[in-house]
Design a protein around this ligand. Structure first.
Ligand code: NPG
Length: 368
């Protein structure tokens, strides 16, 4: 196929409530979409890069710029020889910018699969038609406020709770949630790199709560530090930010630095790399789960397809549209008995609702 044009759309999508992590607080999901126009049809993707370079070095304006200046023109040069499988090898010369690369690859894969009348789920190797949903709960101003949110999420059926933690918001909230909702609640925590090697004793205190895992406790470059922590505490250590490629995943597993992996296709450069990580982890007996980056329906749809692969044995951050948005950009994903259906239509299986997209669009740019 041939890439004829790409529309980059900047959207500001309001969140229902502020989402606070150890890295900061967001009230509006500011995001770039990639709308690929090819000779076989159109494809869509949401680039996960945040407004600020706080989760990783990428940010939405930077992602838009690198796509416009380098990545899209490079793929256009392939003429009618383009396939989704060629995107990563063609852009490999460029260091980093994995979220930008992931979005472009995903939009092209969407166009390719729509033309072939094949779903992401089928293409990626999904074995489930619905996936168990967890929910990520931000840092709050008070414990009663936290309890209100957790209770509400459990009431609508979420199967696992992930609490965001940071120094000063860790032991007490985890203890309260564990004591209130009992030993059977699937409970995990996510520090987004907020701790250091000096905090191991503090993190060891969380062992008493029988957590599923602790996610990315210390900084992303410190893989060895995570290995030392994994040896020191009983709670399984799960890497997120650190795992930027299949190669890093392989090394972290071999070193014993990660006992579970959070796979976010955006963080690793796309769905094809994500499947490689899934396969490496599976071969090593390491369970994986699918992370989220506050994606609207366009991004969430493909994540659900990935989460249906066999080694995704833990509930993901694949929440329903209503967790974050009053009005999603696609038909909403809904929670039914704690599960969300994997889209079955061609490509990502959902379409943007144009009037909603127009309402949230801040600017558009065409690369032709
Ligand atoms: O459900 O989409 C979701 C969000 C889950 O907590 C979540 N995401 O650190 O994993 C994370 C966090 C995040 C959100 C990271 C936005 C980066 C951007």
């Amino acid at each position: 196929m041939k890439l004829e044009a790409v529309e980059l759309i900047r959207l500001n999508v309001p969140l229902k409530s502020a989402f606070r992590t150890s890295e900061g607080s967001v009230t509006v999901h500011e995001v770039v979409w990639v709308h690929a126009i090819t000779d076989v049809g159109e494809g869509w993707a949401e680039c996960a890069a945040n407004a600020l370079p706080d989760y990783s070095s990428e940010y939405h304006t930077g992602a838009g710029a690198v796509l416009q200046e380098f990545f899209i023109p490079e793929l256009m040069k392939l003429g009618n020889k383009l396939t989704a499988e060629k995107v990563a090898p063609t852009l490999h010369w460029a260091k980093g910018h994995r979220m930008a690369k992931a979005a472009l690859e995903t939009a092209i894969l969407d166009a390719q699969l729509r033309a072939a009348n094949t779903s992401f789920a089928t293409y990626l190797g999904a074995v489930k038609t619905k996936v168990p949903a967890g929910v990520s709960v931000g840092i709050m101003d008070s414990l009663p406020e936290l309890m209100g949110f957790v209770e509400g999420y459990l009431a609508v059926g979420y199967l696992r709770i992930k609490l965001k933690i940071e120094p000063g918001w860790d032991y007490e909230p985890v203890k309260l949630v564990r004591e209130t909702f009992g030993p059977d609640l699937l409970l995990q925590v996510d520090a987004n790199t907020a701790y250091t090697r000096n905090d191991f004793d503090l993190l060891k205190r969380l062992d008493e709560f029988n957590l599923l895992l602790i996610e990315q406790p210390i900084e992303e470059e410190d893989i060895l530090g995570h290995k030392k922590l994994a040896d020191y505490i009983n709670t399984p250590v799960c890497l997120d930010e650190s795992i930027v490629s299949a190669g890093v995943a392989r090394d972290a597993i071999e070193l014993g630095a990660t006992e579970i992996i959070n796979i976010k296709p955006a963080r690793v450069g796309g769905y094809l790399e994500a499947v490689k990580i899934h396969d490496i982890a599976q071969a090593s007996g390491i369970p994986v789960w699918c992370g989220g980056m506050l994606e609207t329906g366009i991004g969430r749809a493909a994540n659900l397809a990935l989460a249906a692969l066999p080694n995704f044995t833990l509930p993901g951050d694949t929440s329903a549209s209503a967790r974050y948005f009053e009005t999603d950009t696609t038909a909403p994903f809904v929670l039914v008995n704690g599960h969300i259906d994997v889209p079955t239509g061609p490509g990502i299986g959902v379409d943007p609702i144009s009037e909603v997209v127009q309402r949230y669009t801040v600017s558009t740019a065409w690369v032709k």
